[in-house]
Design a protein around this ligand. Structure first.
Ligand code: MN
Length: 357
């Protein structure tokens, strides 16, 4: 396991120096955030980003993410050119030796919350979701009322996009995902890049849109679409853990045995009702995710890939990008490494190896 940390580039209030001072963190998860969706990422720009990370004594370990254009998800004729451009971005990653690509395949919206700063009893704030609150959001004026999406779409643009998805049910979306993977996974494999789909967050349909990457059977279906180590998953405990029907340690074990977990996102959620949750601190006892069980399953299946603490709360008066402050995520990184070390020590004692000192 390699502990990593997400960095939003030079405008991120969390600096590379901050990240380098978190114990045990050497890998950085980042992206080019201003390339229009669908265009190929210029190699020279990605090179400059990688050099900046190298200069800080860190490694560019994961690209999160290269967004997939809606025309690909909708299966529109422009998808051929868009898939070629997507493959070109993957080749640029390969040229620079960046080993993992996290992406998602959620129609229109990716991660969605109804409150970006829900106050918790200890005075911290967390991201929260309530399906009933989501149902009250009026999209006729665009995404203005949806927390975190204010400037994304005006009313007419969003209405046209929502209308286009009326012809795309779950099976059609699966077909369109398979179509993309058949074209880009061989490219990724040839340049030693491992793709890692992020599950849908939350893992159910919102605004009547199809969402397909939501549970264990879906993740197993995904990895079978193209049989390659470059076709794997980002196992996000917080996204999948929002549905209490998901048995996370069992899912990790199944996918881990197939060696298809290419990236780990670790965070915890507290489920407070049907399709209602808020994010909670990373430790097992503080939410509904069995983090210890997840880590044990990862350890048992020989996980060696990158992991990052996913969203944190805002604590100690920090202000910043919702979910992506420094302090709580840094606590998460050290907690997760401690959990991992504890499992490794217990295993070694069990087999009679090590234990001294
Ligand atoms: Mn995640």
């Amino acid at each position: 396991m390699q502990m990593t940390f997400r960095w939003y580039g030079i405008d991120d209030p969390v600096s590379l120096r901050n990240i380098g001072q978190i114990p045990g963190v050497r890998g950085v998860v980042s992206a080019l955030y201003d390339v229009p969706v669908g265009e190929a990422w210029p190699l020279d720009r990605l090179t400059r980003l990688a050099e900046r990370i190298d200069d800080a004594g860190l490694r560019f370990t994961v690209v999160e993410s290269i967004p997939v254009h809606e025309d690909i998800k909708l299966g529109r004729p422009t998808r051929d050119r868009l898939a070629d451009q997507y493959a070109e971005s993957i080749r640029a990653m390969g040229t620079l030796g960046i080993p993992v690509l996290c992406y998602n395949f959620m129609p229109i919206f990716d991660w969605t919350r109804t409150d970006l700063a829900m106050p918790l009893p200890d005075g911290s704030t967390a991201l929260a979701y309530d399906d009933a609150a989501l149902a009250r959001i009026d999209l006729s004026r665009g995404t203005g009322d949806l927390p975190g999406w204010a400037a994304a779409y005006d009313g007419p643009t969003l209405a046209a996009l929502l209308a286009a998805y009326r012809d795309v049910d779950d099976e059609r979306l699966w077909e369109n995902l398979a179509w993309l993977l058949e074209r880009v996974v061989p490219v990724a494999e040839s340049v030693n890049v491992k793709m890692a789909i992020h599950p849908d967050d939350p893992p159910w349909s919102i605004f009547g849109l199809p969402r397909i990457v939501t549970d264990g059977p879906a993740l197993e279906r995904l990895v079978k679409l193209v049989d390659s180590p470059s076709n794997g998953v980002t196992f996000c405990t917080g996204s999948l853990g929002a549905d209490p029907a998901n048995d996370l340690p069992a899912m990790v074990r199944r996918l881990g045995e197939m060696q298809r977990i290419n990236f780990m996102h670790c965070r915890n959620v507290k489920i407070t009702g049907p399709r209602r949750f808020h994010e909670s601190p990373h430790p097992t006892a503080l939410g509904d995710v069995d983090m210890a069980g997840v880590m044990r399953a990862l350890h048992d299946t020989g996980f060696t890939g990158p992991m990052r603490p996913d969203h944190g709360r805002m604590i100690w008066g920090e202000r910043g990008r919702p979910g992506y402050g420094l302090h709580d995520r840094a606590l998460g990184a050290t907690y997760l490494q401690g959990l991992w070390e504890g499992i490794a020590v217990a295993r070694n004692q069990g087999s009679g190896v090590g234990g001294q000192g």
